[in-house]
Design a protein around this ligand. Structure first.
Ligand code: GLU
Length: 451
């Protein structure tokens, strides 16, 4: 049973003092919610972040119980034929965190260190991310415990088609719509779309987003996350009084998001001083040409060894002198160990979960401006939404229209989060959570509990 406490539920109606004390929880282990331990799982971190928002919103105990766990979790084991004729049995997941605001949405990750708790956290983050951008979706995430770099294209295709079949009971344009994430790409989405279409006997383009353009993908989807990051950095730089054309930027990760972010920021006049990939980082305080690094990586397989820069570790990159730091790779990068040495004024979380709660508190204490993941990387799912809409209507947009609509969504979300942060005197992360969690909670309340 809910205890709706309607009058105390909304952001505006929450007692300001209570908000302040819950925000303070981020600064003091002893206050309000217990801090997750040092190497806590991503899901423990996601739940801690949710608890902070729930405290700020004075959410009823029943709503907390509903929202702090996923609605549905599917775990599958399935066989895949290797090229040499042998069989490997793999584990995969699809988790749907919340179905209250619409179909569920979120990527598919292929990674050898994935576990169910990671997928739960990523699904929950998708829920708040979609709500912050005000997209009519709940959050989901899926994945397979596998290193895609060790498989041939044929093995990857058989894996994808079998995994898609295993989780197909949960998928559908009106139910749950996957997209690319770490270790997957537009080819993976094409195989998923084809597999479901073969089962149905007709083509179902809106079953996935992030597809190739020739089978119903959207212009601008590939670079959407990076474009969203750069739109937000324009707003954030203006807010903190940092001229973007004099800003020095360090980017951790040179995948789809990191590489395109480097290019967009360079085009805006910023100086990219550091870049990295899984093998290491490169640094030149006078600037690095991301186009030349791309060429170098194409030839050698890594950014490391690029002649006009010194080589560092990924950890060292985070502590470099720069104005803007963009973690665009893995989670758990900025921790209680290194947060006090982060020099950047603005941190833009293009990756999911790069900052632990302890680090968050330290960064806040040191006056750093953090654009939290559920806001910072929402550009990808926003253009996924545009692609889904285009697919359902069979009416396709040109790229300038996609980018203009994306800019509108990102700058509206930024302004709403900033205003909430200022009005409630909370961090940008807490403000984004306040907005996201409240929108989902309101949907649950409005719909009521069935039966
Ligand atoms: N995997 C991306 C994310 O974490 C995109 C999800 C989507 O487009 O559905 O936001």
């Amino acid at each position: 049973m809910f205890e709706p406490k309607q009058g105390r539920f909304g952001v505006v109606s929450v007692d300001h003092k209570a908000g302040r004390s819950a925000a303070f929880a981020l600064l003091n282990d002893e206050e309000v919610a217990p801090m997750p331990a040092k190497r806590e799982s991503a899901f423990a971190i996601a739940q801690f972040q949710f608890d902070c928002a729930a405290d700020l919103l004075d959410l009823s105990p029943c709503l907390r119980q509903v929202l702090r766990v996923p609605e549905r979790e599917l775990s599958v084991h399935f066989p895949v034929k290797r090229d040499d004729g042998s069989i490997m049995v793999l584990q995969g997941f699809r988790v749907q965190h919340s179905l209250s605001r619409g179909p569920t949405k979120g990527g598919i990750r292929y990674h050898p260190q994935l576990d169910l708790d990671d997928v739960r956290a990523l699904a929950m983050w998708m829920t708040w991310k979609c709500a912050v951008a005000n997209l009519p979706y709940g959050g989901a995430k899926g994945g397979v415990l596998v290193d895609p770099k060790l498989l041939s294209p044929g093995e990857l295709e058989r894996l994808t088609r079998r995994y898609t079949t295993e989780i197909s009971i949960q998928l559908g344009p009106e139910k749950d719509i996957p997209a690319p994430d770490m270790g997957t790409n537009e080819q993976t989405m094409a195989w998923m779309m084809d597999t479901i279409s073969m089962h149905k006997g007709y083509t179902v383009p809106a079953i996935v987003t992030g597809k190739p353009i020739n089978i119903g993908g959207s212009h601008g989807r590939n670079e959407a996350t990076a474009r969203g990051v750069s739109f937000l950095l324009v707003e954030a730089a203006r807010h903190v009084g940092l001229p973007l054309d004099r800003a020095k930027v360090a980017i951790q990760g040179f995948g789809k998001v990191g590489a395109s972010t480097a290019r967009f920021l360079h085009d805006m006049g910023a100086t990219i001083v550091a870049l990295s990939d899984s093998r290491g980082a490169i640094y030149n305080p006078n600037g690095i040409s991301s186009t030349q690094v791309q060429r170098h990586k194409g030839l050698t397989g890594s950014v490391v060894g690029y002649p006009e820069a010194e080589t560092l570790t990924n950890a060292e990159l985070l502590e470099l002198p720069c104005d803007i730091l963009v973690p665009a790779a893995l989670s758990h990068q900025i921790t209680r160990e290194n947060a006090s040495r982060v020099q950047a004024r603005v941190i833009c979380e293009a990756a999911n979960g790069p900052t632990t709660p302890e680090a968050d508190a330290i960064l806040h204490d040191r006056g750093r401006f953090v654009l939290p993941d559920i806001l910072a990387n929402a550009g990808g799912v926003t253009v996924s939404y545009f692609e889904w809409v285009q697919g359902l209507q069979s009416f396709f947009w040109q790229e300038p229209e996609v980018n203009a609509q994306l800019e509108k969504v990102m700058s509206t979300a930024f302004r709403q989060v900033l205003r909430t942060a200022q009005e409630r005197n909370v961090t940008m992360r807490n403000a984004a959570y306040l907005i996201g969690v409240e929108r989902v909670a309101q949907a649950v309340l409005t719909r009521g509990i069935y039966p």
